[in-house]
Design a binder for this molecule. Structure first.
Ligand code: PLP
Length: 385
């Protein structure tokens, strides 16, 4: 069957690239230090400010998300500095690994997957010890948990610490108000809600962070030095050869977002995500991370006890040519199913997902009420019109 059906990329990133963005990316390569490219960079950086909720300079680089996570740490933490990691999932764990691999120090406040570290615990820890940075994940793609950045920013803002945030799977699909919330360094990437191929990183740094970095002892190395990136960004360039085609793509993606209207884009993500959650619940797939923590860019379902989510992931690919995600973490393997609702995602995508999930359950011999998922999605989509 999979031969006849179109390939469907339904991961929580990378996400499908709309035709219009592909077209923009096929423009001939131009000089990355010439006036034509400056215009594109200027537009992209200016438009991206809306998504970041900032007046700060948005900087671009050639990197996946992990590269800019590492860059943020390397620019902020010096040898004697310590970070406080807010860890409730795979990408919080990744920050811990990055910090360790750079030979820097960190304490961790952990919460079980699907839950949040209480704000009081963060505030109490910041009173007990001086940290150079508090490190958090905006949208934990492994669990679908959203960090309350406003509340975290509120407790970090009045301390010397910088709030460093991974918004790799949040930016472009979920609200980010860098300036208002007091987020000091935000990093993101091209391949999620920004609807582009992987390969470009985005970084946005607050005035407080520039001050702290200038007075600090961090040695970020050559390529990842944010000061070089800032000097280049002020000329609408990157310090080294730019990911030119990706910048064309990001610029086009931001035009699309602008045409749809930023508030409408956010509302579409919320609507599709809640419809998908309702659809899953209707076929016996409870949402792993409950509202109000639940993400709008990914739905993470908890697989019923005694069943293996890997079977669903495999069946969806083999029989419906649809690629969804399980989870790679050893402790959670088989227990979670993850589907993206970000970027150019539409009603049809969500309806098709539920139809295929229902059929998968039936074909695997799992109990399912045929049509219940699709009906719940239809109802959910209608309710949120
Ligand atoms: N952070 C989050 C929240 C992510 O979802 C991902 C990728 O899935 C990353 C970081 C890592 O990004 P990359 O795979 O582009 O290095």
């Amino acid at each position: 069957m999979s031969e006849q059906l179109p390939y469907r990329l339904r991961l929580p990133g990378p996400t499908p690239v709309p035709e219009r963005i592909y077209k923009a990316m096929t423009q001939p390569i131009i000089a990355h230090r010439g006036p034509e490219f400056h215009e594109v960079m200027k537009e992209a950086a200016r438009s991206a400010q809306t998504l970041f909720g900032t007046n700060n300079q948005v900087m671009f680089c050639t990197s996946s998300g992990t590269g800019v996570m590492e860059a943020a740490i390397a620019n902020v933490l010096g040898e004697d500095d310590k970070a406080l990691i807010i860890n409730n999932g795979q990408f919080g764990e990744r920050f811990a690994q990055i910090i360790e691999s750079l030979g820097r120090q960190a304490d961790q406040l952990t919460a079980p997957w699907g839950e949040a570290v209480p704000i009081d615990a963060i505030a109490a820890q910041l009173e007990m010890e001086n940290y150079r940075a508090v490190v958090a994940v905006h949208n934990e793609s492994s669990t679908g948990a959203v960090a309350d950045l406003k509340a975290i920013g509120n407790v970090v803002q009045d301390t010397p610490a910088l709030l460093v945030v991974d918004s790799v799977s949040g930016l472009g699909g979920m609200e980010m108000r860098q300036d208002e919330w007091g987020v000091d360094v935000v990093v993101s990437a091209s391949q999620k809600a920004l609807m582009c191929p992987p390969g470009a990183g985005l970084v946005c740094v607050s005035d407080k962070a520039w001050r702290v970095m200038e007075g600090g002892q961090a040695r970020p190395g050559f390529y990842w030095d944010f000061k070089r990136a800032r000097a280049a960004a002020e000329k609408n360039e990157t310090p080294y050869t730019s990911p030119i085609s990706l910048i064309f793509g990001i610029c086009e993606a931001l035009r699309m977002i602008n045409e749809e209207g930023w508030e409408n884009v956010l509302a579409r993500h919320a609507r599709l995500n809640s419809a998908m959650r309702a659809g899953g619940e209707a076929i016996g797939l409870p949402v792993f991370t409950k509202a109000p923590l639940a993400s709008n860019t990914v739905v993470v379902f908890a697989v019923p006890e005694g069943r293996d989510g890997g079977d669903v992931v495999r069946h969806m690919k083999q029989n419906f040519n649809t690629v969804i995600a399980g989870i790679r973490n050893e402790n959670m393997k088989g227990k979670l199913i993850r589907i993206g609702t970000m970027g150019g995602c539409s009603d049809t995508d969500i309806l098709t997902d539920l139809e295929y999930l229902e059929r998968t359950f039936a074909e695997l011999g799992w109990p399912v009420d045929p049509g219940a998922g699709v009906t719940a999605v239809e109802d959910g989509l209608r309710r949120a019109m």
